[in-house]
Design a protein. Structure first.
Length: 326
């Protein structure tokens, strides 16, 4: 019995030792694997790459590719940097120029605008008197030729005033474009619902909604066209005026002379005669009627006076024998 108990104890101890050895071997293998993973992750971190997170198998490749692209971009002098979006600017300018001949200056300004690929939006010419006239022009020129055209117009005569303005509307253009895309998609969805609608009430409601959204879309398209026109063509307002009446030496005559006074007096005399003639012409019918009435009255008066002063002729008295008395 003692021998059997000893055998059983030795067998149990052997099994326990075997189990302990197996557990130790598993722990050793696990520690080596963890150390290997830690060393790998540390090596990747040292190389500038991050280890993949659990549950994201593709992140390792994506992270590696992005890191490589960044490294290549830095090595190439940042050639892969994204380009900024195009800016949209509304440019306007106002010029006031004094020229010797307004018609010639207007023709020259029209030629400059059309030569630059622009156009004359409006022209208003006003004559001051028989000699002088002024002109107001609105020119539309491409943005890239704006400064060039501005310099040419400023040098066409004596520059009196010049103002220039630039307004950046890039955000507004981007916003309108985005709203147009959204509105078009909304209109398309409403049309799809109309195609699937079966009830008359649903069709009527969808038609009203479609009309409202289509109206909003047209308004946005009009805003887009206006912004495109103002950002593609700059606006230049040009005022052309002649110089004040110069003298022989080119200087302005502030004080009037004898000839000026004589000319002014003659103009006043001619004006007075003109008004007298006009007044006489207006009163002539009335004067003629009054004269005829006076003449008729005088004729009638003379006839009445002649009748009153005429002598009365009486017949002679007869005698007894019937002979007239002597």
């Amino acid at each position: 019995m003692r021998v059997d108990s000893r055998i059983d104890r030795s067998f149990v101890r052997g099994r326990a030792a075997l189990v302990a050895g197996a557990l130790g071997l598993l722990l050793a293998v696990g520690g080596c694997g963890a150390a290997g993973d830690a060393s790998d992750s540390g090596a990747k971190a040292a190389d500038g790459k991050s280890a993949p997170r659990e549950g994201f198998a593709d992140e390792d490749g994506a992270g590696a590719s992005s890191a490589e692209q960044q490294a290549d971009g830095k090595a190439a002098g940042k050639k892969a940097a994204p380009k900024p979006g195009a800016s949209h600017v509304i440019r306007t300018a106002t010029l006031s120029v004094e020229v010797r001949s307004v018609p010639k200056a207007v023709a020259a300004a029209r030629g400059v605008a059309e030569g630059a690929g622009g156009l004359v939006a409006s022209e208003n010419t006003e004559r001051l008197d028989d000699t002088y006239e002024t002109s107001h022009l609105v020119l539309r020129v491409p943005q890239e030729r704006f400064q060039e055209v501005l310099r040419e117009l400023s040098g066409s005569g004596k520059l009196l005033s010049r103002t220039s303005n630039a307004k950046d509307v890039t955000d507004q253009v981007v916003d309108v474009d985005s709203r147009i895309s959204t509105q078009r998609a909304s209109v398309a969805r409403v049309r799809e619902l109309m195609d699937k609608a079966e009830k008359i009430s649903d069709v009527v409601a969808l038609e009203g909604e479609l009309s409202s959204r289509q109206s909003d879309l047209e308004s946005l398209l009009a805003q887009q066209a206006s912004l495109k026109d103002r950002t593609s063509l700059a606006t230049i307002t040009l005022d052309l005026t002649p110089p004040d009446a110069p003298g022989d030496d080119g200087e302005k005559e502030d004080d009037p002379g004898f000839l000026d006074a004589l000319g002014g007096g003659w103009d006043a005399f001619v004006t007075m005669l003109r008004w007298i003639t006009v007044a006489f012409g207006a009163a002539f019918p009335f004067l003629l009627t009054a004269a005829l009435a006076v003449v008729a009255w005088r004729v009638l008066r003379k006839r009445r006076a002649a009748r009153r002063t005429a002598p009365v002729v009486t017949a002679p008295a007869a005698g007894k024998d019937g002979a007239p008395a002597s």
